[in-house]
Unconditional design. Structure first.
Length: 123
């Protein structure tokens, strides 16, 4: 399974999308260890140990997840963004982080995870 043994943090404010992403991760053998729906929760989760990858929605009910992303980057924690707002420009200091447009596919999530983890995960 592509995500076998991986612990994942999800930052997503839309419950249905969060559940679909969690199902995708679990179906691929991964485990969701935390799920944040607000910027405050995302910032708190960015400080915890025990996950291998974070998937961050950029827009969390009108607040951007960039502060949490910066915390992850400072800790060298692999992560990438997802967004339903393709026109949003990521700040320069985060411009190297992959951004996956919604709606995304299972293959796109796996391919992007592979890119940020720098190891094969696709099956």
């Amino acid at each position: 399974m592509p995500f076998e043994g991986l612990n994942i943090l999800i930052v997503e404010d839309e419950p249905l999308i969060g559940f679909v992403l969690q199902d995708l991760i679990e179906d691929a053998g991964g485990r969701v260890v935390a799920h944040a729906t607000t910027l405050r929760e995302a910032e708190q989760c960015a400080e915890i140990e025990g996950f291998d990858l974070a998937i961050l929605d950029i827009n969390l009910n009108g607040e951007f997840s960039y502060p949490a992303a910066r915390r992850l980057a400072m800790r060298n924690q692999p992560f990438f963004f997802v967004t339903g707002y393709a026109h949003l420009k990521v700040p320069d200091d985060l411009s190297g982080v992959p951004v996956l447009d919604k709606p995304y596919t299972r293959h796109a999530i796996l391919r992007t995870a592979e890119q940020v983890l720098d190891r094969p995960v696709t099956a």
